[in-house]
Design a protein around this ligand. Structure first.
Ligand code: ZN
Length: 575
């Protein structure tokens, strides 16, 4: 079972160069059915629209669902699972998106974080971005050469192409990592937002509809836009809260071409980003005639504004209220375009991870234990203290290379999470550093639990209800022995892994706790019976469910999740 996946991954990687070169020749129309086709399931939808709303926590869904009147209100009439779990510990965008269309936990997708550390890397920069090909000399985490090379399993769209060569696999988002993780290695059309315009893989020319959208964005960024309307039910959230030097809670998303923040970033951190991504998805629907070929097509859409707004303003202010309203309305308009196309489509909507408000407002609203992670918990700071204690003075690569930066024996990506110990140390030194690191982390009042890579690796792959998983089981689900750190530390509940608030960034996710793990999972198709199932399910159940819906056969063991019967009646989706 595992073998068949390994083989298909290998063949996919071998085909990668071809995929990227093939991308420019984007299929404009449904290809002729000259390739041998496996029979399509009768009455199966012709188009799967898989939507990820970045940082759409189950808590946000619960808080706002009574106010939805647009696209989300329509989805509420489908099969609603309010307690979907991104079951793993590393609740970040790249790992989370990697589960949605692969049906596999990050431990198997290989996407253990947005950014990990590889101290043995040949290049000076030791951090690796999840969707960069760091073997390209021009690639860096700041300006990545975007690639799927790190994704270790196929996506639903790739499985569909294997069964039905005429099937198209399309992915759009504001974020490159969402596009690559939902689309995978073989994407027929892939676009993401980069500094004011939608772009694609290196060498893939932009089709007319993308150029037109970019012209429109350019004009909008030059002209600006007024404050967004505030729905009456958002008024109670219109209250300022101070986080360090930053005031949040009252923002209305004025787009100011002369503002301090670049207009392209103002747009990105606003509901206008989702509007642009949905416009792009709708134009591809038309130009590529998605859902009108001989095989089911897969359209993945990841909407990032919710995440950027959450990071910049928190989850309980006016800004998120406007964002939720706009998301609902823009989805409604998008579904209306899908209806007008006449295509029989099915929608899945979920999220890559949850989120939590900024600690300053949490403390004002009944969570006194909320706080910011101590900067002293960074790998670099801990490593320097341990090096002094152990008398290690040998020259080593630095976590963050640059002039006048000393080498590090320990690196991390912020506070808490994975800690990488320098492979240039001797095994004895590494063992001593690990021991000291574990002791220092365990002694810190903000740390809940500390595990070594050996302890995590020895933990059986978790199954069963994800809300009942122990902390080490959660860590196991996003552990990859070739990429994960040698030590993992979970911060205490409501301790935000962000020592300091700054403009555009006041809170974050990524924790082992359920506020970051729980997301809604919704399936909708015209005419389906509605149902709500509050029992916990997992985002790795999405791919097997969608596969069953379109009659897609994958090798046994390809998915960590299970098919969910979303029919709502005696007919069984999974049979
Ligand atoms: Zn995210």
């Amino acid at each position: 079972m595992a073998r068949s996946i390994a083989i298909s991954h290998k063949s996919c990687l071998a085909a990668l160069a071809l995929c990227l070169v093939a991308a420019p020749a984007m299929a404009k129309e449904a290809p002729a059915a000259d390739a041998p086709q496996t029979e399509v399931k009768p009455a199966a939808p012709k188009l799967i629209v898989a939507i990820s709303v970045d940082q759409f926590s189950a808590d946000l869904f619960a808080e706002y669902r009574e106010h939805y009147t647009g696209g989300l209100a329509r989805l509420l009439k489908g099969a609603v699972f309010p307690a979907g779990f991104q079951s793993h510990a590393a609740t970040e965008t790249c790992p989370g998106h990697s589960t949605l269309m692969t049906g596999a936990h990050p431990a198997r997708t290989g996407i253990i974080a947005n950014t990990w550390v590889d101290l043995s890397a040949a290049r000076a920069e030791k951090k690796v971005y999840c969707v960069e090909d760091e073997s390209k000399p021009e690639s860096s985490t700041a300006k990545p050469f975007v690639s799927s090379v790190h994704l270790k399993v196929p996506t639903l769209g790739e499985w569909a192409k294997k069964q039905w060569p005429a099937s198209r696999n399309v992915a759009v988002s504001t974020k490159d990592r969402a596009v690559v993780m939902m689309g995978g290695h073989q994407i027929d059309a892939a676009f993401w937002y980069d500094r004011g315009a939608y772009t694609s893989f290196v060498g893939a020319p932009l089709p007319p509809e993308v150029l037109k959208l970019n012209d429109g964005l350019k004009a909008l960024l030059a002209k600006g836009a007024p404050a967004m309307a505030v729905p009456a039910w958002c008024a109670a959230r219109d209250r300022a809260v101070q986080a360090g030097s930053v005031t949040v809670g009252t923002g209305r998303f004025v787009l100011d071409p002369k503002g301090k923040v670049k207009p392209a970033d103002q747009l990105r951190v606003s509901p206008r980003a989702d509007a642009a991504t949905l416009d792009l998805a709708a134009s591809l629907l038309t130009s590529m005639k998605l859902g009108k070929g001989t095989a089911p097509d897969i359209l993945s859409v990841s909407l990032s504004a919710n995440d950027y707004v959450g990071h910049a303003y928190g989850t309980e202010g006016l800004e998120m209220c406007i964002q939720q309203h706009e998301l609902d309305q823009k989805l409604g308009a998008f579904f209306a375009k899908l209806d007008a196309s006449g295509v029989d489509y099915a929608v899945m909507l979920s999220a890559d991870h949850g989120g939590i408000d900024l600690p300053e407002r949490l403390r004002e609203q009944g969570v006194p234990e909320a706080g910011r992670g101590d900067a002293a918990l960074s790998g670099e700071v801990l490593g320097r203290a341990i090096a002094a204690e152990l008398g290690i003075t040998k020259p080593l690569p630095s976590c963050n290379p640059g002039p006048d930066v000393a080498g590090n024996i320990v690196c991390s990506d912020g506070v808490g999470g994975d800690y990488w110990i320098s492979p240039q140390l001797t095994p004895e030194e590494r063992a001593k550093v690990s021991e000291k690191l574990v002791a220092r982390l365990k002694a810190h009042p903000q740390v809940e639990a500390v595990f070594t890579a050996d302890e995590i690796a020895a933990t059986p792959y978790p199954h069963g209800h994800p809300q009942d998983w122990s902390l080490i089981q959660r860590a196991r689900a996003s552990f990859d022995p070739t990429r994960s750190g040698q030590v993992y530390a979970a911060l205490k509940r409501a301790i935000i892994a962000m020592p300091k608030a700054g403009p555009g960034y006041v809170t974050t996710h990524g924790s082992i706790w359920d506020y970051d793990r729980r997301v809604p999972m919704i399936f909708w198709r015209k005419g389906m019976k509605g149902m709500e199932q509050p029992q916990p399910v997992e985002t790795v159940d999405i791919a097997p469910t969608l596969a069953a819906l379109i009659g897609l056969k994958v090798p046994e063991g390809a998915f960590d999740g299970r098919c969910l019967d979303v029919d709502g009646g005696p007919a069984d989706t999974c049979r």
